[in-house]
Design a protein around this ligand. Sequence first.
Ligand SMILES: Nc1ncnc2c1ncn2[C@@H]1O[C@H](COP(=O)(O)OP(=O)(O)O)[C@@H](O)[C@H]1O
Ligand SMILES: [Mg+2]
Length: 253
Amino acid sequence: MNAMVKAEGVHKSYGAVQVLKGIDLEVAPREVFCLIGPSGSGKSTFLRCINHLEKINAGRLYVDGELVGYRQKGDKLYELKDSEVAQNRRDIGMVFQRFNLFPHMTAVANIMEAPMQVKGESKAVARERALKLLDRVGLADKAENYPSQLSGGQQQRVAIARALAMEPKLMLFDEPTSALDPELVGDVLDVMRGLAEDGMTMIVVTHEMGFAREVGDSVVFMDQGVVVESGNPREVLTNPQHERTKSFLSKVL
Ligand SMILES: Nc1ncnc2c1ncn2[C@@H]1O[C@H](COP(=O)(O)OP(=O)(O)O)[C@@H](O)[C@H]1O
Ligand SMILES: [Mg+2]
């Protein structure tokens, strides 16, 4: 079976600053893959490379067996056109720390927007799916509320529903609960746990070690642009092998 995501020697620099220094990893279909590491280690950059918001400088990155951003012909790589990149990006849902909902649209309209605009879906079909998704994230009664009328945790759950509306094959979460008040974190993690149970392939950058341990199939500890240690979350989080991992975990656990 193809990996859903495969990184081979992925390098990324901003000018002279090397941010990713050869990332190798594989995410299997239906896997919940947690990415942990100190601030500045390159976690967000790596996620952004996966959906081609950033170009990599060296190495290979595949999503569902296809090169991200390039087409290979023989030994040569050809850059995809913007329209082709956009097409591939549709299959990848992304949820950020900040929810970025459209403030002038209700919850249900936020979720309907991309399927209608990008896929040309009818209003009726988009609305029916959006309402189902709101129910799935526990917000059936908030369909007609505007973002300003929702808590941060509720907004984040709408943002997750909005990403799901495009029926992605892969979901990327970049510290989805870091901006939330502590009492709102649980509901968002519960939605993510539900997605995992339904078999969604997920890469989750998080500082929630409880989530990583209970829901994660694997965990990767990244530091300074390299993978330091990876494996089963229960093993890596309770019995880290590297000093850097130990030091990081002692600060966040
Ligand atoms: N657009 C950019 N231009 C220049 N440097 C950047 C840019 N984005 C990120 N960086 C740098 O790359 C490093 C890794 O950042 P990031 O991927 O955001 O780390 P993390 O998500 O692990 O905190 C940081 O040193 C950051 O300053
Ligand atoms: Mg980050």
